[in-house]
Design a protein around this ligand. Sequence first.
Ligand code: AMP
Length: 351
Amino acid sequence: MLRIGGTIGILGGGQLGRMMAMSAANLGFRCIGYAPPGDNVAADVCTEFFANGWDDNAALESFAAKCDVITWEFENVPLAAIDALPSARLHPPRGALETAQDRLNEKRFVVELGGRTAPFCAVESRADLDSAIEQIGMPGILKTCRDGYDGKGQWRLANAGDVEALDLPDVPTVYEGFVEFDAEFSVILARGQDGAIRFWDSTRNEHEHGILARAVLPPGDLIAEHLDEARALAKQVADALEYVGVLTLEFFATEQGPVFNEMAPRVHNSGHWTIEGAATSQFENHIRAVAGLPLGGTSSVADEVEMRNIIGKPAEGALALLDDPSAHLHLYGKADAKDGRKMGHVTYVHE
Ligand code: AMP
């Protein structure tokens, strides 16, 4: 168990690390961040921040020497950087990052555990794409196996014209059939070092242009009927990975049941509502898990909760949201709103 005043290292410097570090401070821990130079908004709330490249082994070593445990808030930390750190103090485990960094690995892993996914095929060439489309049909989505997020690195293919116009990326991709879904949701769980698991309620997640726009409780019957099956799969994934921390699985609710889309081996945007809407937030339970403490209760404190992202708009405008006294505003301190960046979020908890 991490001693009070102990230090947690966080790989990645974004808003997830910022909110994690704030929860860690509430429990009497200190955080040191590490990420390549950039708009690292976690640095504002960390005791110390290493703005160094992922390939800077000397910096990674000095960072690790100062940390009692190490975690991440960003799943694309190169495995070579992870390997430069002492694995005994790393939570979640390396295998979770390795599995989740590659869409193809992730889908194969989930299928092996008995999960349902969209039909998919690995694509590394035009010929692969042609045979994938022949097998799966159209419409479908071509996604880069690595480094995609918020709908980036994705191409929707509805007809032969789209396929012809496509500039096939020079990296491994996966083609998947388009899923006709009723709604989208995520299962977020925390798993402690003793293997105990707690689930938060699942929100209905609404995306705009591939980016999460809103997360809403209650999720509605279409999602509620799939939760047992989706949670059972999430538990299997967490147990198989010997996971420690917060893990997120994203699903489509369909007539056939829950269809797994992707996983995030970390706290998740669709769980930000838990800060005010649940007995213990995803950030606090992640810190508790990596620190070896018991997990806090995850039940919702209200029947109706809504989280909205503030995307690509200057943060100043968001202050008007505070005219509604039920609004809980979180601004991430980002320098500018370019390229549809997530600048903050607002949560409404309705008694
Ligand atoms: P992803 O980056 O895989 O989470 O995709 C971003 C969003 O695109 C998802 O939340 C869905 O709204 C949509 N999407 C992704 N894959 C599919 C699919 N196979 N069928 C239908 N919609 C999809």
